[in-house]
Design a protein around this ligand. Structure first.
Ligand SMILES: [Zn+2]
Length: 423
């Protein structure tokens, strides 16, 4: 009986009640822009502005984020009943910046956005940050008066949309919006062709290939005044729509942008779950931030694999499995805390990672074997450090571009995310 009660308790504690979308939400987006500011050890939120956007690309079923990935979590409560009606985990450039040496010396502010389906009644929005123990601390809350006439419906960057690949209703699909960066008006056809290359690349890697009918890919035709992107160290500066630059955090290949508001204004032209920025450059670079945005170049020889790698970060919350590359981060992972990313472990709580997928008798750690790069194991080195963090395969697409496949752990994580969006 005791055993039965324990089982019953476990089942009831993990059960997530379905939220009736139509009862609580309209089929469009409430966007909250904040300033997130601080330094290596502290952070604070400030409300910037609220916007009403015309489309909601997300699921109508899985409104509570059961993955709990990401450094941040936003939770939305119906004020009248105190019911949790929406939650969403994500990361930002700010949290990466907090791990740089610069953050130990100074404070900086970053623009940050959370989106949710537009609530029918007033909601309390709570902002959480993951602490050093891996659990969430509430940092800020804000009550939204949904009838307020200050919620702006203004569309600052209204542009036509090109449908590169359409499968079905946004509520049942993963909706990717591709934004052009540094393509002039004369280069819009090139942008469309590059978007088709993206479509081809995405669907040539598993598990995307077999889930082709669950994706929509739309492209916003927004030309920039000048062609190319900024390369600060070479004194190259271009007037572009999204103000991206190489040398983010002084890392040459880290091509990103802090112009969050322009990204969101441009993305609002289409329903979206994921934002992908295609930059018009042949220089190697890019980046991807979980549930925020991904950015990569169009015409590097490795472009297809860069798309796929960065989208792994942005869409599925996958971590970098490499550790031999120079990055600007110090102690990105605490060795005594299990990372939230599904494809790394510190062995602190390996049971909730890929332990159950390991073939019987796999030694932990597993000896590297270059001849069988995708064999599942527990290989030391990953997440930018050589010791104390482990990855699931010797070499997967989240590590290097030598192979053509994700490891089984990454594949499974991507599939889980596709299913979450498409139920
Ligand atoms: Zn992997």
């Amino acid at each position: 009986m005791k055993k039965f009660l324990v089982v019953l308790f476990i089942l009831s504690s993990v059960r997530v009640f379905a939220i009736d979308f139509d009862h609580y939400f309209e089929n469009r987006t409430l966007r909250i822009d904040c300033t997130h500011a601080g330094n290596a050890t502290s952070d604070e939120y400030f409300i910037d502005e609220l916007k009403a956007e015309p489309y909601w690309g997300g699921t109508h079923v899985n409104l509570i984020d059961t993955m709990a990935y990401g450094v941040y979590m936003v939770k939305v409560f119906d004020v009248a009943t105190n019911t949790l009606i929406y939650s969403h985990g994500y990361c930002t450039l700010f949290d990466e910046w907090q791990a740089t040496a610069e953050a130990k010396k100074t404070s900086r502010s970053f623009s940050e956005t959370v989106v949710m389906p537009f609530p029918k009644k007033n909601v309390r929005v709570e902002f959480y940050t993951r602490n050093h123990k891996g659990t969430y601390d509430k940092k800020f809350d804000y009550v939204v008066d949904v009838k307020s006439y200050f919620i702006s419906p203004e569309r600052k960057l209204k542009f036509p949309v090109y449908d590169a690949y359409i499968s079905g209703d946004p509520k049942n699909c993963v909706d990717i919006v591709i934004l052009p960066e540094g393509y002039t008006a004369q280069e819009m056809d090139k942008f469309k062709a590059d978007c088709q290359k993206f479509v081809q690349a995405l669907f040539s890697f598993d598990p995307y290939t077999k889930n082709k009918t669950k994706f929509n890919i739309r492209c916003v035709l927004a030309p920039s005044p000048e062609s190319g992107v900024d390369i600060p160290a070479d004194n190259v500066w271009k007037r572009t729509m999204l103000n991206s630059n190489f040398y983010t955090f002084d890392s040459e290949r880290y091509l990103m942008t802090c112009d969050n508001k322009s990204i969101r204004d441009m993305a609002a032209n289409a329903p979206y779950d994921q934002i992908y920025i295609l930059a018009n450059s042949s220089k190697y670079g890019g980046g991807g931030i979980y549930n925020d945005y991904c950015l990569s170049v169009n015409s590097n020889t490795a472009a297809a694999k860069i798309f796929i790698h960065e989208f792994g970060h942005g869409f599925a919350g996958l971590a970098d499995e490499y550790y031999d590359s120079s990055t600007s981060y110090n102690d990105f992972y605490q060795k005594d805390v299990e990372p939230w990313e599904p494809n790394l472990t510190t062995l602190v709580d390996f049971g909730r990672k890929w332990k159950g997928m390991l073939p019987a008798g796999t030694p932990i750690p597993t000896k590297p074997d270059e001849s069988n790069p995708l064999r599942l194991g527990v290989f030391e080195g990953g997440g930018y450090v050589a010791k104390g963090v482990y990855r699931p395969a010797y070499d997967c697409l989240m590590d290097s571009f030598n192979g053509n496949e994700f490891c089984d752990v990454c594949k499974k994580s991507i599939q889980k995310m596709i299913d979450f969006y498409c139920r």
